[in-house]
Design a protein around this ligand. Structure first.
Ligand code: CS2
Length: 490
C-alpha cells in the first residue's frame, strides 16, 4: 500500500516532489473528486517545489467518506497516471497537508476556514452544489441549504460551510482570503461572490460580518481544464504496475492541462505560474472558450453518443461516422461566431485540438458520466451560445441539435430502446414536464422549454429556436442518431 513508509519502494521518477507534512497548510480545498487531484493539486505541488511557500492543501470531502479513508490510510498520498496513445506515466503527488470529512466534523471545517494560516480556499464541488439557478445565477436554496443558512444545525452543504466559515473568520478577523471557484460555472468568480452575498443576507448575518467579508474576501474567476474520468479498478491496476505498491486513491487523466486564474489573492498565493498556470486580469474570454468550445461539444457527444449506444466519448467519435463533421460545424458556425475569444486564440483551431483530445482512446470517459446534470450544464455550455447567436440575428442550428439530443436523452431510452439514466437535480421536474406529452416531439419541446431554471425566457419564447429543436427531435425520434448525423454531415 502506498504510504510514506513504502515510498522508497516506488520508482524514483514516480515519487512526489514534496512530502505531505513537510509543507504547512495554506489552502483549503472543498471537493475531493478526481478532478482536483489531477489538476490543482498537481499545479500546487509543482509551484511549491519550484518556488516554496506554505501552501500545503487541506483537502475536504463534503460527503464522501470513502475517499477520505483511502487517503488517510496512505498518509494523504495518491498518484496521477497520465494516459496518452503513447503510453502511461504515473506520478505520486504530495500536495495534501491534510484530508478531512466535512459531514463527519463540520465544526473542524468551519474552524479551518477561520484559521489565519489559510489564505486561499478553492472549490471543485460540481455545478449543482452551489444551488444557484442556472439561468439567473440567483441562490435557490433547497431544504438542506436553507436549514444550514438559518443556522438550525451544523452546516452540511457547501453554501452552509462557506457561510459559517466566513462568519467565523470575520469574527476572528483572521486575515484576507481568496475564495476560488474551479467549477465549470459561467463567470464562476462572480457567481460565487453572488452566492456568498445572498447567503449572508438570507442568514441575516450581522452588518459587521457582511462588511468584513466584502472588504476582505476576493472571488477570482478561473478556467480549469483537464479530462479526468472517474477512477475504475483499471485505474488502480495501472497505478499498481507503475508504482509497485497499491494506491487505492489512484486517478488517471489526459496529458493536457490548463488553468487560467484571475490574479486577486489578498493573502498571497502559490507561484502557480511556475507550474504553467496563466495568471490574468480577466478569465472571462478563456472561460467562454472552454465552456462553449470544449464542454458544449463534450455534452453534444455525450447525449448523441449515449443515444446511439456508445459507452465512451472516444468510442462515440469513432462509432458515429457523421459525428466529427457535425461537431466541426457546431464549432465553426455557432460557437466561434458567438463570442470574442482571448487575444490570439482561434476558436476553430481550439475546437480541432479538443476533438483530438476527446479521441484519446486511453481515456475511457463514459458518455453517461458527461451526460449527468444536464440541467446544470447546458445553460453555460450551449444555451449561451444560442442566445448570443440569436441576439446577433444568427440561426444556431447545430446547438439546437444538442438540445434536441438532450430532450431525447431525458426521455430515458436509447435508439435501440435500452434504458438511459436520468441523473440530474431537476429529474423530478423534468419527468413531470414530460408526463402527458406522449413523446410527441412538439409537445416534449414545449414542455421542456417551460423549465425556467434551464431555458432563459427569451430563448423559450423564440419561435425559430423552438422550431429548430422540434425538427431535430422529430428527426432523431424517427431515424436515430447515426442516420440523422450521416444525413446532416453530407
Ligand atoms: C465534462 C467535464 O463531465 C463533464 O461534464 O464535460 O468534466 C470535462 O471533462 C472537464 O471540464 C474538462 O476540463
Amino acid at each position: 500500500m502506498l504510504s510514506l513508509r513504502t515510498l522508497d519502494r516506488v520508482p524514483a521518477t514516480s515519487r512526489p516532489l514534496i512530502r505531505p507534512g513537510d509543507v504547512p497548510a495554506g489552502i483549503v480545498h472543498l471537493g475531493l473528486g478526481a478532478f482536483h487531484r489531477a489538476h490543482q493539486a498537481v499545479y500546487t505541488e509543482q509551484a511549491i517545489a519550484r518556488a516554496g511557500g506554505d501552501w500545503g492543501i487541506v483537502a475536504v470531502a463534503p460527503r464522501n467518506l470513502d475517499v477520505v479513508r483511502r487517503l488517510t490510510a496512505q498518509d494523504n498520498l495518491f498518484s496521477v497516471t497520465t494516459l496518452s496513445g503513447a503510453g502511461a506515466r504515473t506520478q505520486v503527488v504530495g500536495a495534501f497537508a491534510g484530508v478531512r470529512h466535512a459531514a463527519g466534523d463540520p465544526a473542524a471545517i468551519v474552524a479551518l476556514l477561520a484559521d489565519p494560516a489559510i489564505r486561499v480556499v478553492t472549490l471543485t464541488v460540481t455545478e449543482k452544489a452551489y444551488q444557484l439557478d442556472p439561468v439567473t445565477g440567483r441562490l435557490r436554496p433547497d431544504e438542506a441549504v436553507a436549514a444550514d443558512l438559518r443556522g438550525d444545525r451544523p452546516p452540511m452543504t457547501v453554501p452552509g460551510l462557506l457561510l459559517r466559515g466566513l462568519a467565523a473568520r470575520a469574527v476572528a478577523d483572521a486575515g484576507p482570503l481568496a475564495l476560488v471557484s474551479c467549477d465549470n460555472l459561467p463567470s464562476n468568480g462572480r457567481r460565487l461572490h453572488g452566492l456568498v452575498g445572498e447567503a449572508l443576507a438570507y442568514a441575516k448575518a450581522p452588518d459587521d460580518v457582511a462588511d468584513w467579508v466584502h472588504a476582505n474576501v476576493t472571488f477570482p474567476g478561473t478556467m480549469v481544464d483537464r479530462i479526468v474520468p472517474a477512477a475504475t479498478d483499471g485505474t488502480i491496476a495501472t497505478a499498481r504496475s507503475a508504482l509497485g505498491v497499491t494506491d487505492l486513491a489512484a486517478i488517471a487523466g489526459e496529458p493536457y492541462s490548463q488553468w487560467v486564474i484571475e490574479d486577486a489573492f489578498p493573502g498571497g498565493r502559490p507561484a502557480w505560474e511556475r507550474a504553467g498556470a496563466v495568471l490574468t486580469g480577466d478569465a472571462g474570454p478563456w472561460e467562454r472558450l472552454k465552456l462553449r468550445g470544449l464542454n458544449g461539444v463534450h455534452s453534444a457527444i455525450a447525449y448523441l453518443g449515449a443515444l446511439a449506444g456508445h459507452d465512451t466519448i472516444a468510442e462515440a467519435l469513432v462509432g458515429i461516422p457523421g459525428l466529427p463533421a457535425v461537431l466541426r460545424r457546431l464549432v465553426v458556425e455557432d460557437v466561434a461566431t458567438s463570442f470574442d475569444p482571448p487575444a490570439g486564440v482561434s476558436v476553430i483551431e481550439y475546437g480541432e485540438s479538443v476533438l483530438e483530445r476527446f479521441a484519446n482512446p486511453a481515456i475511457r470517459h463514459r458518455t453517461i458520466q458527461v451526460a449527468m446534470d444536464g440541467s446544470q450544464k447546458l445553460p453555460q455550455r450551449v444555451l449561451h451560445t444560442m442566445a448570443d447567436r440569436r441576439a446577433a440575428g444568427g440561426r444556431p442550428f447545430w446547438s439546437a441539435l444538442v438540445i434536441a439530443a438532450w430532450m431525447r436523452f431525458v426521455q430515458g431510452r436509447s435508439d435501440s430502446g435500452a434504458a438511459l439514466p436520468l441523473d440530474d437535480p431537476l429529474a423530478d421536474a423534468i419527468r413531470a414536464a414530460l408526463a402527458g406529452t406522449g413523446g410527441n416531439p412538439a409537445a416534449v419541446v414545449d414542455a421542456l422549454l417551460d423549465l425556467t431554471e434551464v431555458f432563459p425566457p427569451e430563448l423559450a419564447a423564440d419561435a425559430e429556436v423552438r422550431e429548430m429543436i422540434t425538427s431535430w427531435l422529430d428527426t432523431l425520434d424517427k431515424h436515430g442518431v447515426t442516420a440523422t448525423l450521416a444525413d446532416a454531415a453530407s
